[in-house]
Each structure stands twice: as C-alpha cells, then as structure tokens.
Write a protein of this length. Structure first.
Length: 499
C-alpha cells in the first residue's frame, strides 16, 4: 500500500518516526485539538455495509470510521483508504469540500491514525465505491508506525506477540477468529438442541484432577493454601450429574504446565459434556454430530481440506477397538497375550523403551504400540475405543473384559481431537484407582492425579450411568481453518518473554 507523501520515513529509524508523530500530537494539543479527548463518535455505517449495498447508499450521506491504511496526496485533492471492523473503503478528500485549514490538517495525518469521515457515497471513474468527504475528524493519533509500511508482518513470533498489529496488517487473520466465534456459537446451539445445560465451574481448585497432566500451582493468601488451576472440567461437571442435572456442558479454559508446540499451549479451550443414562456409544454419536453439523453450518460443507489432505466429516466415522487397530497395523493380536510379561517381551523385541518400571503392564504396552504404530495412520475421522484400564483411571470397566474400559478417543489426521468414557460410577473402584494415581505421584509422576475424597463421596451418594466427552476446541478450529499451529487460532498464545 502507498503513502506517497511520507516516503522519506523509510530512511528514518523507529525512534525518529515516533518523535515526529509525538511532535504532531503536541502541536494538535497546543491548538486545542487533542484527539485523545474525544470520547465518542457517531458512526452510521461500516465499509462492509456500504460495499454490499451500494444501490441503497449511492449519493446518500454516511459517517464511517477506521484506521488509515493508505494515503495519496495530489495537491488540492487526495485519496485515503481506511480499514474498519469488516472492510476497507476509499475516501476522496479535497480542499474545496473541507476548507483550507481542515485540508491542511488532513495532509499531516499518518498511516495508522484513526479518523471519522462524513460524506456521500459514490463510485470513481474506475468504479471503486468511495466516500466523498465533507468532514474529517482525527479520533486517535497513531504514535507508533505500522510495520514495514504495510508490506506485511511476516515474522510468526512477532505476529503472535503483537496480535493487535497482526490483525491490522494481515486482515485475513481476522477471518480465522470470526470462524472461531461462529464454531463455538454453533456448538452451543447443537448441545442446547440436545438438551444440555451450559454451566460454569471453578478454575481454582484445592485438588488437581480429571486428567493426567502437570498443573499450575498458585497460592491463596487469605486461606494460606496452595491451589491448582484446573487441568480438566470433568470432576465438577460429574458432581452436577450426581446433583440431578441430567445433561451439562462447559466450554472453558483449562491449564496444563507442560511443553509448547504446534499442538499444545499451556492454556487452551476445552468442551466437556456429560449425559446421565448414556454411554460411550452415545458420545460417539454426539461427537459426529458436533463436527459434521458445525462444518456444514459454518463452512457450508462436511468435507474440509487440512494441510493438503481432504477430510470427510460426514457421519459414519470408522469405529475400531485399540487392540484391533494395533493388530490391523502391526499384525500383533493382544487378545491372545494374557500376561504382563508376554506383553513386555514383545515390546522389547520391537525396541520399545520403558522409562517407568511401573508402566510394564499389558495395558501400557498396548498403549505404547498404538502410539508408536497406529496413531499417525489415522487420517480420516476414526473412533479408537476400549482402552486398557491402566491408562483410563476415570472410565468404567468393560463388563465383558475387566482389563479394558469403555473409553474412546477420536483421531483425525493422526491427532487426537476428543476423549470420552462411559463414566466410572463405582465409588469403591474409583477410590482404588485414585490410590494408584497417588502412588504414582509419590513415585515421581508429576502428571498423576490426586486423591479426591469429596468426589468419591459424591459417587457414594450415587452417580447414574453416565456418558462423558471432552473435545479440544482449539484443535477443532485448527482443522476447520486449515491452521498448522495452535497459535494461529489463539488470539493471545503463551509466549516466552523477550529478554
């Protein structure tokens, strides 16, 4: 984009540019024209409205407002382009319409300044919809130039740190976050149509539980106790099922004190839902409905392209047990392997390494084989179900095989997008599993859960048969927006502070 009167700024460093802009502000203030004293501006229309309905607005007066992103000074007449919330629009500005003093002031405006324009709508000789300015007001002075004269902010690290600048310089970025909002709104609509009640549960807890993850620890000064930022929404939502709400859900931030990469951010958005008198098969059905209906409603199709791969989200997703999926890829059938010793031997023959002696169980080996050989092969939506009990401390055991649980995870393009159980409602079994988690924690596993006596007490009151589901909302949005990194769908991702 062009700013022909200020090309000389390219030769100046940032400090010099900011000094010049501050001097302009000081001059305005001395003239009694401080833009920062303006508290309100009555904008009548946006650029998008005007462009979409030109016949309605032609030759009609409008008042628009936005940030100057281009400016061409041509003697007694000029053009500028402003960017507002949804579009940009050009304005024709002349000394004859504004008067000499106002036109002189307009020429001092900088790229990045926020202005209000009142005038009538017309088309230029090149058929560009524009506003013929009758009055221009400086609403906010930009004291820091936009990067690289609008040639673009390309450094991903800087884009994530300065999202406010990224949204201005790279307008297409805004679309991903508009889609994000539409997706979350649509998920709420689907759940409410299915009879789910949206609730809110505490972020701060005295016990860390509901998932296997290292928590963030903080301190409550008044109570003089350490508290944990939640790593999952699960346990409190199931308390509500005990209390008599049959179907509840929450879309909220959870926090895990773990590494960061293109799939993981220390805080992220999770959807969890729970339904009394349902099981994990019902959770498979609602998962398909959430993904397929949202894709259709928001994108207009159930087929999306993610990183060059075409993904079909229409209902009818593949469903296969974890053991059968391992057999399908490796040829090894763990249904025929009965003991821990047999399983460990096969793992060692395959070169799989055990970093924890407590993980030398048949169930852990099945999980290792799945992670190593199967996960990356699951491109189209696939439900992997019937997980070993060793890696599923909150799921109900499978009646026909007590070594397994009624749990599934859903995978798309080799990534996990959701996790669900037929929820464990046996308080005695739950207490024993919590004890094993405590033992693992005492042995050094910082991701192991804690004993939650109150939750066991809730189960003793009575939890009906319940299906539960958790979906990573950010990963779902990555899929729908074809975003390679989770940071591309978080407005303010966690970043290491600059030195």
């Amino acid at each position: 984009m062009q700013e022909n009167e200020n090309n000389q700024e390219q030769e100046l460093d940032l400090n010099q540019l900011m000094k010049i802009r501050r001097e302009k502000l000081t001059e305005l203030q001395e003239q009694g024209k401080d833009p920062f004293e303006i508290t309100k501006f009555n904008r009548t229309n946006t650029a998008g409205e005007i462009k979409a309905n030109y016949e309605k607005f032609e030759q009609k007066d409008v008042t628009v407002a936005g940030r100057i992103i281009a400016k061409r000074i041509m003697g007694k007449a000029s053009f500028c382009t402003i960017l507002d919330t949804d579009e940009n629009i050009q304005s024709y500005v002349s000394i004859n319409d504004l008067g000499e003093e106002s036109y002189k002031q307009f020429k001092t405006f900088d790229i990045g300044d926020i202005i209000g324009i009142t005038g009538f709508v017309f088309k230029t000789r090149t058929e560009e919809i524009s506003v013929h300015a009758k009055e221009i007001v400086l609403l906010s002075k930009s004291l820091r130039p936009l990067p690289e004269k609008f040639h673009g902010l390309k450094d991903p690290d800087l884009r994530y740190r300065q999202r406010y600048t990224d949204l201005i310089v790279n307008p297409e970025v805004k679309e991903s976050f508009i889609i994000r909002s539409k997706i979350i709104k649509n998920v709420r609509k689907i759940l409410e149509e299915n009879g789910y009640l949206e609730v809110e549960t505490p972020v701060l807890n005295t016990i860390s539980g509901g998932a296997s993850a290292r928590p963030f620890i903080t301190h409550h000064n008044s109570l003089n106790i350490d508290m944990y930022l939640r790593i999952a929404l699960e346990l409190n939502l199931k308390r509500l099922i005990v209390g008599g709400f049959d179907r509840v859900y929450e879309i909220g931030r959870v926090f895990r004190n773990e590494g960061m990469d293109i799939r993981h951010n220390p805080e992220f958005t999770e959807l969890e839902l729970y339904a009394a008198y349902q099981d994990y098969n019902d959770m498979m059905n609602i998962t398909e409905e959430i993904f397929s209906r949202t894709a259709q409603d928001v994108l207009g199709t159930t087929t999306v392209t993610y990183q060059g791969k075409e993904i079909n989200l229409a209902p009818g997703w593949k469903r296969i047990t974890m053991i059968d999926s391992v057999k399908e890829v490796t040829g090894i059938d763990f249904n025929k392997i009965e003991t821990n010793e047999e399983a460990v031997k096969i793992a060692e023959e395959r070169g799989l390494k055990f970093t924890d002696e407590t993980k030398k169980t048949r169930g852990d080996v099945i999980s290792m084989f799945f992670d190593e050989y199967v996960e990356e092969t699951l491109i189209q939506p696939t439900f992997i179900y019937d997980y070993p009990v060793e890696i599923s401390p909150l799921a109900k055991r499978k009646p026909t095989d007590k070594r397994l649980t009624e749990r599934f995870e859903v995978f798309i393009d080799g990534r996990e997008y959701g996790n669900a159980f037929s929820e464990l409602n046996d308080p005695i079994d739950q207490y024993e599993r919590f004890k094993k988690q405590v033992e693992a924690r005492e042995a050094g596993d910082e991701e192991a859960g804690m004993m939650d006596e109150d939750y066991v007490q809730a189960l003793e009151i009575g939890l009906p048969p319940t299906g539960g589901l958790g979906i990573g909302v950010d990963r779902m949005i990555m899929l729908f927006t074809d975003s390679a990194s989770i940071r591309d769908v978080l407005l303010f991702p966690t970043m290491k502070p600059l030195a």
